[in-house]
Design a protein around this ligand. Structure first.
Ligand code: TPP
Ligand code: MG
Length: 341
């Protein structure tokens, strides 16, 4: 099954026989803005993690289109069950950078009230959220509510038994849930080819799920496909599954050892090659390294202190960047108060 595409990698609009995109300037601008903000925020958070200010940061780099396109296709009353790198989706839902960072700083189990944002807490136990989402969707169905549930998971999580159980139960119950697999081709160091003999979407079809494959780098296609599948689920026609994407960032901010550089050399991934910092492998620390090719310098940078009154030194260094990301003074103060920066 070829991935649905409405914009070619060269940026030209194209058509699909079964899927019609919404090419509306306001929607396109909103999605582009969300993707750019997510990219900048993700880069900052990754730098914070590299500086030791966050315990862990799982990048959404390269998955912004998949997340923004899918979340914006939902109604605000629909419920989202994320995995752990759905930062772009969270920002779309109105969760603030401070609320997102607080968990990775180890200050709270979760930074937001799931009910308030219709966005569940991050789940690090692979695929567990698919069972939660399915159970919740069954509840929605029994309530006769017009809600749809969208659950994100990865290609690696597809190998978990929980995924099969969730698919099967959702299919048998016709639960209003869309399972959104962000197949970034890797489960830390393990390629999808080492996990599955058949394409992942075919597995889902085996359970009786309506399945579509979409180019995860094409925000218009993801938006259109998710809209279609969400309405399919809302109409009582049962669960669905979609997506196909590629990751551009490190697998886990803590070590980043995944074979990401191979991916990043790909045509559509102009991002930097991220490797475990050399000093962590016994080499010199980044600030004394010489001869980095432009654009390949590690994100560990020493920035000027901006607010001598509040927060940590690193937090102050990030003040300006967070402002440029659109964070209000109140939001930055909130981060400082919560000890995130
Ligand atoms: C039940 C369980 N087993 C193992 C892990 C360790 N683990 C964390 S991330 C990961 C890889 C997940 O890959 P994928 O589902 O493709 O998601 P991605 O990180 O690529 O977004 C593994 C094995 C875990 N968190 N939970
Ligand atoms: Mg993966």
């Amino acid at each position: 099954m070829d991935p649905v595409q409405l914009v070619t990698p060269a940026g030209e609009l194209c058509e699909h026989p079964d899927v019609e995109g919404r090419i509306e300037p306001e929607l396109c601008r909103a999605m582009f803005r969300a993707m750019v903000l997510a990219r900048r925020f993700d880069t900052e958070a990754f730098a914070l993690q590299r500086q030791g200010e966050l315990g862990l940061w799982l990048q959404c780099h390269g998955q912004e289109a998949a997340q923004v396109g899918s979340t914006t296709a939902l109604r605000s009353t629909d419920y989202v069950f994320p995995s752990y790198r759905e930062h772009a989706a969270a920002l779309v839902r109105g969760i603030t950078p401070a609320q997102l960072l607080v968990q990775w700083r180890g200050n709270a189990h979760s930074g937001w009230d799931p009910e308030a944002y219709r966005f569940h807490v991050y789940t690090l136990v692979l695929a567990a959220q698919l069972l939660h989402a399915t159970g919740y969707a069954r509840g929605v169905q029994l309530d006769g509510a017009e809600e749809v549930v969208l659950a994100y998971f990865g290609d690696g999580a597809s190998s978990e038994g929980d995924t099969s159980e969730a698919f099967n139960f959702a299919a048998v119950a016709d639960a209003p849930v869309v399972f959104f697999c962000q197949n970034n081709q890797w489960a830390i160091p393990t390629p999808t080819s080492a996990q599955a003999r058949t394409p992942l979407h075919e597995r889902a079809r085996g359970f009786g799920l309506r399945t579509m494959v979409v180019d995860g780098n094409d925000v218009l296609a993801v938006h259109a496909v998710t809209t279609q599948l969400a309405e399919h689920a809302r109409s009582g026609s049962g669960p669905a599954r979609c997506a196909h994407t590629r990751r551009g960032g490190a697998a886990a901010g803590r070590d980043g050892r995944a074979a990401v550089p191979r991916l990043q050399r790909g045509r559509h991934l102009p991002g930097r090659a991220l490797r475990r910092p050399r000093h962590a492998r016994g080499g010199r620390p980044p600030h004394v390294r010489h001869g980095h090719a432009a654009g390949r310098r590690p994100e560990v940078q020493h920035q000027p202190r901006l607010d001598p009154q509040r927060g940590t030194a690193v937090g102050r260094a990030h003040h300006e960047v967070l402002s440029s990301l659109g964070c209000s003074t109140d939001q930055i103060a909130e981060m400082q108060d919560k000890g995130v920066i």
